[in-house]
Design a protein around this ligand. Structure first.
Ligand code: NAG
Ligand code: NAG
Ligand code: NAG
Length: 256
């Protein structure tokens, strides 16, 4: 049997391992490594976007009533800690002009907020309504990344939408200041295929069936700011952590 001192050693190693496992999601941001602090946050798909170290977790619910919905978690590090991140759908073009944007930043009172902008020029921007009904939105800033959570109503029958994303360095008087124009900033757009054309491999493994239109997919359910129901993903990650610790403990005991 293990002596008291080896027990002590193994429990401190376990603590170190636990801390390391808890920290790792922040240091390696990809779809696979990301988990959400709030329970009940789960998406059926995730895309590691090709620029600006951004990810989009999303669930398209074509059967939501009265309109189909898309729930997203857009995650990216702002260009500087005091900066902003943005995610937009563009129903009229592929770039910034026409983008119906959600922009997250630290407001003048210190809260991380997400506001909507109808981007109609390359000049200054102003908060406004957008052409999509926003059924819920909130933002978080921690571990160097900002997260925009939002649910938008989409027109019936859209199979794909143009998306644009961006990060910026600062906010002045509550208004996001212009972003850089590096290649990465200019490449940050693409198509979001809502309805799979053929057999499209989902990065999270087999996709869960779209959430039913009853419950959180409906406008009232989405109002809470949560994006879709269920908490197995979080439970799975807790179980994963627990499982790793048990395995580590077993191997340490066998080693002594
Ligand atoms: C800051 O202002 C926003 C509105 O812009 C509000 O929702 C939030 O509650 C405020 N936060 C604090 C800490 O006052
Ligand atoms: C967005 O701006 C364009 C150009 O000014 C305008 O035509 C459109 O109606 C605006 N959309 C909304 C939802 O405000
Ligand atoms: C949604 O709820 C209605 C009434 O509560 C029920 O008739 C219907 O079968 C439900 N649909 C789904 C997909 O669960």
């Amino acid at each position: 049997m293990a002596s008291p001192s080896s027990l002590q050693l193994s429990s401190s190693l376990l603590l170190i391992a636990a801390v390391a496992l808890l920290i790792s999601p922040a240091t390696s941001q990809t779809c696979k490594s990301q988990t959400f602090a709030q329970r009940n946050t789960k998406f059926s798909k995730c895309t590691d976007l090709p620029s600006l170290k951004a990810q989009l977790h999303w669930t398209y619910d074509p059967s939501a009533r009265p309109s189909p919905t898309i729930s997203v978690a857009f995650i990216a590090p702002p260009a500087r800690p005091e900066g902003w991140v943005a995610w937009a759908l563009n129903p009229t073009g592929s770039g910034m002009l026409g983008a119906q944007a959600l922009i997250a930043f630290k407001d003048t009172n210190g809260s991380t907020v997400v506001k909507t902008y109808n981007i109609s020029s390359y000049g200054s921007i102003a908060e406004s309504t957008i052409s999509y009904e926003v059924l819920g939105k909130r933002a978080e800033f921690s571990d160097g990344v900002m997260r925009i959570f939002a649910t938008l109503a989409l027109p019936t029958g859209d199979e794909k939408v143009n998306q644009v994303w961006q990060v910026g360095p600062s906010v002045k008087d509550g208004v996001p200041v212009k972003h850089d124009f590096s290649q990465e900033n200019l490449n940050s757009k693409g198509t979001l295929q809502l309805v799979s054309k053929s057999v499209e491999q989902d990065k999270n493994g087999p996709a869960a069936a779209p959430t039913s239109s009853n419950g959180s997919g409906s406008p009232t359910g989405a109002q809470s700011g949560n994006d879709s129901g269920g908490s197995w993903r979080i439970n799975a990650s807790v179980l994963g952590l627990y499982g790793a610790l048990v395995l580590l403990g077993v191997s340490l005991f066998l080693g002594f």
